[in-house]
Design a protein around this ligand. Structure first.
Ligand code: IVH
Length: 673
């Protein structure tokens, strides 16, 4: 007996350790090591242990509070009303039990009216509006104390700094609203691409990226990240009386706050379960990550009657989606060399099916990440595919046998064998050999890619061969290829050789921003390339620009300016660019100043256009001085709806934003010439 209770005490202690560590990883490092489902499992086990053996409970047990203390980087905001967390249901059965409990507590047999909402997988925040003005924005923190991230939250475009007057009703004296900050998937993918190109460590998932962005000390960095927010819960409110959750959601929407359009009133728990099924199916089509559905008793009077236990309301519950995880073996850890020479470790996986796709590779991001998770060759790992985003390794579930040695970054480039450069204290490892074939291959691939010269038929395999055979050593070598050279390559018939040559010739005619983007200058992506093209008009002028000149360009800071200068100061780069200038027929960007009829007009595109690609449309709008953004808000001037438009169209209609069809867009553009 004594032995048994000893064992239980040891188990409880171990669970507490695991949970504390998980909390720390989640809240302080923004880098969770275990999945939410696993966390819940551990927490439930500990709760059960402490319930059955109250002598095992300690006052500092993770069951006694939610989350962890805020970091010291920011000031503290005390939430006037604690920000609660939600109990979880693991399956439909548990949802029904929840519903029964609600009815029992309310001593009622009648169907309960719920509001079903999407459970967003982002970062909990609270906004405070005093007399309609945003005064404080904070993170959830541990629910009692959050971090003061007002300056960062103010950079989120969908968070109004002032509430708008509702058509009916008034602006409340005080409005505290809670919600979730997220990074849309599209923005996340783009952001990671840019980070990879810049040799910066990538984020494992949008949640981490959002957390990182929100907790930046420099709001300028936050502003450059594609953050978005949805609001869904009340804090303290004075001066307006909401009677139900639905009433509240409609009310804050009328005040100009962003609410999730998928929320729905459900009569009875079956309707909630149906909602869960629906959302489960369409979760991948959403442009943000969701991890489940939340059901809330609609009536605030009933909510009050139900009350709460240990900081979870008895009137709400979360029903998470089934996790998309799988186990597989890391057969090998390879190192890939990027365009600017950064090394990225990549796990070659035993192919495994996950959420309908075969996964055989996963980026392991960087050495620190591998060390932390202690991932080694032959280990079995748990991988998760969060939405459409590239899968990542959560943890090792079974060590390989015999266990491989810990992974080390190579000290020589795996491709050209040049020495690898690594700055002490930095995350990155670089091959600095500008002649490295791996780097050349990536550079050419980039140069030929869609957003750059868009050379059709110049695929990865072909580029690889061209570099391996020494046929292309510099970007401009592409334009001197002969049919004979091409036809000598693997699987290259005369006809296809000619097609490639034609495509290369066709690509000679290009635009300045594509050309700039194509050079692959560190920190210069599509957007920056456009700004540079508009400002400098010719490649020669850009190559001559001083850092000060460059700093005068919209959205360009020190780091970017420095990187551009560094690029052109390298004689080899400059020579290649000069040769390219002679070969290419570069179209200067359309003049904007003075007659940019669309100056400062904001456009959002949705659906498929017929007469032009989305890219061309963006280009034309920008050439006329307009801006293209990804989400619709009151500040959007036009939404262009092509075939099969998405939810953006509905949003535009809801907000009264002007909608153009394709013809309308063409007309608006024509008017700018
Ligand atoms: S309501 C009274 N609604 O889930 C409960 N939470 O474990 C307050 N979350 O920290 C939360 N989507 O960050 C609520 N539609 C939604 C949500 C949601 C995501 C998060 C929130 C909270 C956690 C609760």
């Amino acid at each position: 007996m004594a032995d048994h209770s000893h064992k239980l005490a040891a188990e409880a202690e171990k669970l507490r350790d695991q949970l504390n560590r998980a909390n720390y990883r989640y809240y302080i490092l923004d880098d969770p090591e275990i999945s939410d489902a696993e966390y819940d499992k551990l927490l439930r086990r500990l709760e059960a242990l402490e319930r059955e053996h109250p002598e095992l409970a300690t006052s500092d047990s993770p069951t006694q509070r939610v989350g962890a203390a805020p970091s010291e980087k920011f000031g503290v905001v005390v939430h006037r009303r604690p920000m609660m967390s939600l109990g979880n249901a693991m399956d439909a059965e548990e949802m029904r039990e929840f519903d029964k409990r609600v009815k029992r507590l309310l001593k009622s047999d009648a169907e309960i009216e719920y509001v079903a909402e999407v459970k967003l997988d982002g970062l909990g925040i609270e906004l405070v509006y005093d007399d309609g003005r945003l005064t404080v924005g904070s993170t959830r923190g541990d629910g009692i104390n959050g971090e003061d991230v007002t300056q960062n939250i103010r950079t989120i475009k969908s968070v109004p700094l002032r509430l708008q007057h509702p058509e009916r009703g008034k602006i409340p004296r005080l409005l505290e609203v809670r919600g979730e900050v997220i990074i849309p998937r599209s923005g996340f993918v783009k952001m990671n691409q840019e980070r990879e190109e810049a040799g910066e460590p990538m984020f494992a998932n949008p949640r981490n990226a959002a957390a990182g962005a929100l907790r930046q000390l420099d709001p300028k960095i936050t502003a450059s990240r594609p953050l978005d927010a949805f609001l869904y819960a009340p804090g303290v409110i004075e001066g307006v009386n909401f009677k139900s959750q639905w009433d509240f959601l409609q009310g804050i929407k009328a005040l100009g706050l962003r609410v999730n359009p998928l929320s729905r009133v459900c009569n009875g728990i079956d309707a909630v379960l149906e909602y869960w099924n629906e959302i489960t199916e369409k979760r991948h089509a959403l442009d943000y990550e969701a991890d489940g559905v939340v059901a809330k008793v609609n009536s605030y009077a009933l909510q009050e009657q139900l009350g709460e236990v240990s900081r979870s309301p008895r009137w709400a519950i979360a029903y998470k989606f089934k996790a998309q995880q799988a186990e597989t073996v890391v057969e090998k850890i390879d190192v890939q060399v990027g365009r600017i020479g950064s090394l990225t470790p990549v796990g070659k996986l035993r192919p495994v099916q996950l959420a309908g796709v075969t996964i055989s590779n996963t980026s392991l991001h960087n050495l620190d990440e591998i060390r932390r998770k202690d991932i080694r060759e032959r280990d079995t790992v748990l991988i998760e595919r969060a939405g459409d985003v590239i899968p990542y390794v959560i943890r090792v579930t079974k060590e390989g046998h015999p266990r491989a040695k810990p992974f080390e970054m190579p000290d020589k480039c795996p491709v050209c064998h040049a020495a690898i450069v690594h700055e002490e204290g930095e995350v990155g490892y670089f091959c600095v050999n500008a002649n490295c074939p791996a780097r050349m291959r990536e550079s050419i691939r980039h140069f030929a890619s869609k957003g750059c010269l868009d050379i059709e038929g110049l695929g990865d395999k072909l580029v690889g061969q061209l570099v391996e055979q020494g046929l292309v050593k510099e970007l401009d070598d592409l334009f001197h290829l002969t049919k004979q050279q091409l036809a000598g390559l693997d699987r290259m018939a005369d006809k296809s050789a000619q097609n490639v040559l034609d495509a290369i010739q066709k690509a000679r005619k290009t635009q300045l921003d594509r050309f700039i983007n194509g050079l692959g200058i560190r920190h210069v992506g599509e957007h920056t390339a456009r700004q540079l093209a508009l400002k400098f008009k010719t490649m020669d002028a850009l190559a001559d620009a001083s850092e000060d000149d460059l700093l005068g360009v919209r959205d360009i800071g020190n780091e970017v300016a420095h990187s551009i200068r560094e690029y052109f100061d390298e004689p080899r780069n400059l020579k290649a660019v000069k040769r390219l200038i002679k070969i290419l027929e570069v179209e200067a960007p359309a003049e904007v100043e003075g007659r940019g009829a669309l100056r400062d007009k904001t456009f959002v595109l949705t659906g498929t256009l017929e007469s032009m690609t989305r890219e061309e449309a963006e280009r034309k709008i920008m050439a006329a001085g307009g801006r293209v953004t990804s989400s619709v808000s009151r500040k959007t001037d036009f939404v262009v709806a092509g075939a099969e438009p998405g939810s953006k169209l509905k949003k535009a209609q809801d907000l009264g934003v002007r909608v153009l069809d394709e013809k309308g867009l063409v007309q608006v553009l024509a008017g700018t010439n």
